[in-house]
Design a protein around this ligand. Structure first.
Ligand SMILES: Cc1ncc(COP(=O)(O)O)c(C=O)c1O
Length: 367
């Protein structure tokens, strides 16, 4: 059998999770899985929400519309854009990963610029889609070099995965404007932002005004439903949306109707809104306490937060993956998230701070 080898590798993070599970089974010891990229303070409680869903309806049982339920897109427009985008600009995708893959294959650019420390999937998808990728240092560098980036797509991920740092919104908006005006394409992929921001947040509506900005937003993190594989892509560029619509048809033939119905209820019904608010309130409360604890105990690697603030759901700690593992804490070496600073980065690890505070303290007190 002849295979088209992509050159991409399977996620190292999945491998680390499997290794820790085996260690735990073998030793009988409990490990704290901070290597993962999900909110784990609590689950979202859907008990009252699912009661509202009619499982016998065509909405769930029959092929959904190609680019997503119009009513879900309408709700997204209200909740994420204060009504400032429209259904034609929005495409529902199979998770952020599925959305990013479609965006990368649709754009005609010579390269994709990633943050200095970046989520590995960006690089793997760009390898599979045969678009070269490079990295940028920070927002000031993007601003200075915007005029040279007219053939480039730039990823902005804020708060960042893996660093968990957040730049000031004014600085992000100023940088994105500069890139947009220079003809560069900005892919705003920031699925951790809405864990911390309410529906009044105007970032998306400000960015959606710009011709060259593509927003990819996932329901995996901010409503805790990574199992549903649901996200959306927003752009005001008609040609881009038309091609995206064709490619998503032959990739998915519509996105899971149940997931769309569920998220619609979460965004619009009183029961759904309460479930999301409760989930976010508990999650953000424990994340803040965990970051404070790390700061007080000098475990937070402060050098990564000089021009930006540690927000979560990840942070970088000044301990190695192995040292944390020796103390029954799962993490991912920072070296997995960079191309050119691997050796320096291996002294640090990324941990997920979205974990129950009490348990977090118990494990870190042993360090
Ligand atoms: C920065 C970033 N973007 C996008 C995603 C995609 O998430 P999903 O495919 O679950 O929507 C992730 C998931 O970890 C992520 O960390």
């Amino acid at each position: 059998m002849k295979i088209n080898q992509s050159g991409a590798r399977f996620s190292a993070i999945v491998g680390i999770g499997e290794k820790i599970k085996k260690l735990s089974e073998k030793s009988g010891k409990e490990y704290l899985f901070l290597n993962r990229g999900i909110n784990a303070v609590c689950n979202i409680d859907l008990t009252e929400v699912v009661k509202r869903i009619d499982f016998n309806s065509n909405t769930i049982q029959v092929y959904p519309p190609n680019s997503g339920f119009p009513k879900l897109k309408g709700a997204i427009n209200e909740v994420y854009f204060q009504g400032k985008t429209n259904n034609e600009n929005l495409t529902i995708s199979a998770g952020g990963m599925g959305g990013l893959d479609l965006v990368f294959q649709t754009l005609n650019v010579t390269k994709i610029l990633l943050p200095q420390f970046y989520w590995g999937a960006y690089a793997h998808i760009s390898t599979i889609r045969r678009v070269p990728n490079e990295t940028y240092l920070n927002l000031p560098q993007l601003k200075n070099e915007a005029d040279t980036l007219s053939d480039t797509a730039v990823i902005v991920c804020d708060p960042n995965n893996p660093v968990g740092n957040k730049y000031a919104d004014e600085e992000i908006i100023e940088t994105v404007h500069k890139l947009n005006d220079a003809g560069a394409i900005v892919i705003f992929d920031s699925p951790y932002r809405r864990v911390f921001y309410e529906r009044e947040d105007t970032m998306f509506s400000k960015l959606a005004e710009l011709e060259n900005v593509i927003i990819v937003e996932s329901f995996s993190k901010s409503v805790g439903l990574s199992g549903q594989r649901l996200a959306f892509v927003n752009s005001q560029n008609e040609e881009f949306n038309r091609e995206l619509g064709i490619r998503i048809l032959y990739a998915n033939n519509g996105i899971n109707g149940f997931a769309q119905e569920l998220v619609y209820e979460l965004l619009t019904s009183p029961e759904g809104r309460k479930a999301v608010d409760d989930f976010r309130l508990k999650t953000v409360h424990d994340i803040k306490l965990n970051i404070k604890f790390l700061k007080e105990h000098r475990i937070l690697a402060e050098e990564f937060y000089k021009d930006s603030d540690p927000m979560g759901i990840f942070v970088i700690v000044n301990r190695s993956e192995q040292e944390l593992l020796d103390n029954y804490i799962g993490s991912v070496s920072l070296s997995f998230f960079t191309k050119d600073k691997k050796e320096e980065a291996s002294a640090y690890a990324r941990i997920c701070v979205s974990a129950p505070h009490e348990k977090f303290v118990t494990f870190f007190s042993r360090l």
